[in-house]
Design a protein around this ligand. Structure first.
Ligand code: ADP
Length: 596
């Protein structure tokens, strides 16, 4: 499945067109430094400058145009998935985007004013461009929906927590989940069999304890400010410091927010958030950079120790993100003194570890280590695309399961013995022409003519075997031809129905009642009823997907009997309106059904 994954931040956009079957990136795009003079765009391996100070909207336009430009060689995406940082308490899985979900996401922007708005802008732009494919949102918070209460709550009064939606949400969940899956594949173990500490060290950074497949603790909290030392964020701080700063003339809430989001962490300590430069300067004796490295690694090590304690042990420690993947020095420093856990690094493997598309998971642990130390390539775009492919496949197979074969009934008549005698001669036996799918019934070779006040319909097929009561089933169009008014009824429900004149080879007769327009219905056996979650006489809706004439039929009655085969019975008018015929399928509309 070809899925376009978009990952929008305030200053960058990453995009990938992923073929989920092979996991190949058919197209790889990145826009960096939005809003700056240095704004540039990378398509695959080639880079070019983008308009100076390009806005997010311009960046998105450039990305979507590139995707479109390459469609001839890559093919068109069948779905688009957007990374959304904050899903609040509402969104616990990757979710199909519709106007209602978008509205909810807009309300959630209050919780993540710096992170969600760019994603929402991307969603709007991409939906306008690709309005005919489904769009999904993948949430960084979703993986942490499993946090136990003891890890989720802050020690504040319950009313306050409720009034301000104060709780830990955790972030980077898309990649932490990806790391878990990648690690499990490497270990040839089920995710549910492992205790993993995933260290996502990028510009933003967080550690997650994943106990037997579930996130049980993570270092980012209500917002992405808590936890590790990051590129521009301080991570854990004594809240007393904030009061101290706010009391001074120099700080307002806005300034403090700006400092904690953009001017602290590595940048605050050293003037740069680029770990490569910090390592280089530290190597030259720069004290600030040495302190930054020490503080950074110390904090990671502290969390690893804490999380091993929380899980009662650890099987794998994984490093991911720009720093985690590329800095042998940081990994070395973070893992110092962890031998007591069984986490022993092989220094040579660590130094040589170099990830690429082919090697996306590298083992850097010493031979004797009890804990596997792995370097895993972060790949949010792949993780999001795989997630959507899984959802779409599940949906398709659910749809497959709910498929109902369509049978189209042309006008026909079930006649009683006395009526048959009048039309065909006494004792005439009907001759089966084709056997119907409902056992024992057949369409006969014999036909009759219907005669109404306005017109005649010839060649109306008889059904056998004869029934106790006459029943003639016609469509709305037939009613106009004949000049009659037949009520919409289920088979056998003949009280107060009008009659009609019939003509056969042996004579003519007028039946007193029994003329109906068949109410649409589904026949099924008890097993199908159970599988589809319906019972006899329920009313359901069925959807028909046909070229250009998609239609949902409401008021469809379910008929369950052991002898019935699964089949939706429509009349010719209904089938024509939906552009379908025998051999086509309808599907039950989930949640449409009303008990009888
Ligand atoms: P983001 O969180 O924005 O996705 P990344 O995961 O790309 O960020 O990580 C960016 C960080 O990775 C930067 O601090 C950068 O300095 C660091 N980084 C990239 N390559 C190296 C390297 N070879 N050695 C050390 N740090 C690196």
């Amino acid at each position: 499945m070809r899925i376009l994954a978009l990952n929008c931040g305030s200053s960058s956009i990453k995009g990938a067109l992923v073929e989920t079957g092979t996991r190949a990136r058919l197209l790889d795009l990145e826009v960096e430094n939005l809003g700056l003079r240095t704004c540039r765009m990378r398509v695959g391996t080639s880079e070019r400058p983008l308009a100076s100070n390009a806005s997010l909207a311009q960046g998105l336009e450039a990305v979507l145009s590139e995707v479109r430009r390459h469609e001839e060689e890559t093919g068109r995406p069948v779905a688009v998935v957007h990374r959304v940082v904050h899903g609040g308490a509402t969104f616990k899985t990757t979710t199909l985007l519709d106007d209602e979900v978008l509205g909810e996401l807009e309300r959630l922007s209050r919780l993540a004013p710096l992170h969600n708005p760019p994603a929402l802008e991307a969603i709007r732009a991409a939906r306008a461009r690709y309005s005919d494919v489904p769009h999904y949102a993948a949430f960084d918070t979703a993986f942490h929906a499993t946090l136990p209460r003891r890890a989720r709550e802050y020690a504040l009064p319950a009313e306050l927590r409720a009034a301000f939606s104060i709780r830990r949400f955790g972030f980077h969940g898309i990649n932490h989940a990806h790391v878990l899956n990648r690690v499990a594949a490497y270990m040839q173990a089920a995710p549910e069999a492992l205790r993993v500490i995933s260290c996502h060290l990028g510009n933003g950074a967080s550690v997650t304890a994943i106990e037997y497949g579930r996130s049980v603790e993570t270092s980012m909290g209500m917002t992405p400010l808590e936890g590790l030392v990051m590129g521009t964020r301080a991570g854990d701080l004594d809240p007393g410091i904030l009061f101290e700063l706010l009391r001074s003339e120099a700080f307002t809430v806005e300034k403090l927010e700006e400092l904690l989001n953009k001017g602290a962490g590595l940048k605050g300590l050293t003037g740069t958030n680029d770990m490569r430069e910090i390592e280089r300067r530290a190597g030259q004796g720069d004290e600030e950079c040495r302190l930054a490295l020490a503080l950074y690694s110390h904090r990671v090590r502290k969390y690893i120790g804490a999380y091993a304690a929380i899980m009662g042990g650890v099987d794998v420690i994984a490093f991911t993100g720009g720093v985690g993947e590329n800095s042998a020095l940081v990994r070395h420093r973070c893992l110092q003194r962890l031998d007591f856990l069984g986490a022993a690094l092989d220094e040579d493997r660590n130094r040589d570890a170099s990830l690429d598309a082919a090697a996306d998971c590298i083992d850097v642990s010493a031979e004797h280590a009890r804990v596997r130390l792995l370097v895993v390539r972060a790949d949010e775009e792949l993780a999001m695309a795989l997630d959507v492919a899984k959802l779409m496949t599940a949906k398709a197979s659910a749809r497959e399961e709910a498929r109902i074969p369509i049978a189209v009934s042309a006008r026909h008549a079930h006649l009683s013995r006395p009526t048959l005698d009048k039309l065909f001669g006494a004792g005439h036996e009907l001759h089966p022409r084709t056997w119907l799918s409902q056992t024992g019934q057949f369409a006969a070779t014999e036909t009759v003519t219907l005669i109404g006040p306005r017109g005649r319909l010839e060649g109306v097929r008889l059904m056998g075997p004869p029934r106790e009561h006459d029943q003639v089933e016609i469509s709305r169009s037939d009613e106009f031809t004949l000049g009659v008014d037949a009520p919409v009824r289920l088979s056998g429900d003949l009280a107060n129905t009008p009659g009609i004149t019939l003509e056969g080879p042996a004579g003519r007769t007028t039946i007193k009642s029994g003329l109906i327009c068949a109410r649409r219905h589904i026949h099924m056996g008890p097993e199908d009823a159970q599988r589809l979650g319906v019972s006899d006489c329920d009313t359901v809706s069925v959807a028909i997907d046909s070229e250009g004439r998609d239609l949902v039929f409401q008021d469809v009655t379910v008929r369950v009997a052991p002898s019935f085969r699964l089949e939706l019975h429509l009349d010719t008018d209904e089938a024509n309106a939906a552009g379908v015929g025998p051999g086509d399928y309808a599907r039950l509309v989930p949640g449409s059904h009303a008990r009888s």
